[in-house]
Design a protein around this ligand. Structure first.
Ligand SMILES: Nc1ncnc2c1ncn2[C@@H]1O[C@H](COP(=O)(O)OP(=O)(O)OP(=O)(O)O)[C@@H](O)[C@H]1O
Ligand SMILES: [Mg+2]
Length: 353
């Protein structure tokens, strides 16, 4: 028996991306979660390339620097993985209780996961307990063990303890559900545009209908600006994050519009998949997050292409703030809120949640 099993009051979300490390600490107060601390530290481009860690020590330094910047004292962190080594699939299987499902999921996964079942970590959630014919609908999540372990070991080597390893897309959903006003039965496309990866998670009534990661992100815009304008990586990056003023707006808008083709096709394919599966006819709204949400004109370009409103996830700006929170500069949280979405969604989770 544990008399003193006090639930921790705060939790820390750690998001290790290819372009930066993001950390959010949330205090779970009686009035609800409040933002206690946050930090963002850029990683050198050679540290992580296309989701793969190339230089461990650079990433470890980045984590430690970010923890110091965010004044984090806790060692337990909630973190996430994403990309090709993670598979999220909705499956239908025989109706059974969750304990039995825990066993049966291995057999089911063998048919649905293109990796050796001994090499993956499995997790599942029963979405609908009864879909007729004595069947239930289950969300199956499989991630390559090797990747999960590499990620966990990296965090341990930085001096922290990963208590939960989630998936980026679900963290985004968590953050979205915190401050969503309408949501509900609307079909919402949660699109998290990172530097090299875009996580798509289409949800309705808080349930994921379709989840997929695309191997494209905001780096395509940086590369296009570098190429077309002959500017450096740093200059192009400052332009897409809205840090420098853009002189030839028309030209830049054209470059961004051309460069978003692959992303746009990826979004279109996801919608087609929904239609084919009979889950939904169209998206009612899209909520963008990640650094890519800050790319100038991207929101209106995509809204035009897909004929649906694209909003920005700014949960990290809307959530209550601890009175001791130090904010670097006026209005900065408003700006970086979409970048913090994954780390916020992770910090909102607690052990047992
Ligand atoms: N305040 C900021 N801090 C860091 N990056 C920013 C910021 N504002 C905009 N960006 C831009 O956002 C992009 C990175 O987005 P994000 O941080 O979501 O990606 P990531 O998580 O590092 O990458 P991935 O998820 O693909 O591994 C970069 O191109 C960067 O220029
Ligand atoms: Mg990311």
């Amino acid at each position: 028996m544990k008399f003193l099993s006090k639930r921790s009051k705060s939790s820390v979300g750690l998001d290790i991306g290819s372009s930066s490390v993001k950390i959010v600490e949330v205090d779970h107060t009686k009035e609800g979660p409040v933002l206690k601390n946050y930090g963002i530290v850029k990683l050198p481009p050679e540290a992580i390339v296309e989701g793969e860690i190339m230089d461990r020590s650079l990433v470890i330094e980045g984590i430690q620097e970010c923890m110091a910047k965010a004044n984090i004292e806790r060692q337990d962190v909630v973190t996430a993985v994403s990309g090709r080594a993670v598979i999220v699939k909705k499956i239908v299987m025989d109706k059974m209780n969750p304990d039995d499902a825990k066993e049966a999921i291995f057999w089911e996964a063998e048919q649905h996961v293109p990796f050796d079942i001994d090499d993956v970590c499995l997790s599942f959630e029963i979405l609908k307990e009864d879909v007729g014919a004595n069947q239930m609908e289950v969300l199956l999540v499989a991630a390559k063990k090797e990747m999960v372990e590499t990620h966990a070991n990296l965090i341990r080597d930085a001096g922290y303890n990963p208590v939960i390893i989630d998936v980026d897309s679900f963290a985004v959903q968590n953050a979205y559900e915190l401050t969503e006003e309408e949501g509900g039965s609307r079909v919402t496309g949660l699109i998290n545009i990172g530097s090299d990866v875009t996580n798509i998670n289409i949800v309705q009534n808080d349930i994921p209908l379709f989840t997929r990661d695309l191997s494209v992100g905001s780096s395509v815009f940086i590369e296009a600006l570098q190429r077309e304008l002959g500017v450096s990586f740093e200059e192009a990056e400052a332009m897409i994050s809205g840090e420098t003023e853009i002189e030839d707006e028309e030209k830049c808008r054209g470059i961004i519009s051309d460069a978003c083709e692959e992303l746009s096709v990826g979004i279109q394919r996801s919608v087609s998949f929904l239609k084919t599966a009979g889950d939904a006819e169209q998206l009612d709204e899209v909520v963008l997050s990640g650094g890519g949400a800050r790319v100038p004109w991207l929101r209106e370009i995509l809204s035009g292409k897909h004929d649906v409103e694209f909003k920005i996830n700014d949960s990290a700006n809307k959530i209550g703030r601890d009175e001791n929170l130090e904010v670097e500069s006026e209005g900065i949280l408003e700006k970086v809120a979409p970048v913090l979405t994954v780390s916020l969604g992770l910090a909102l989770r607690r052990e047992g949640n």
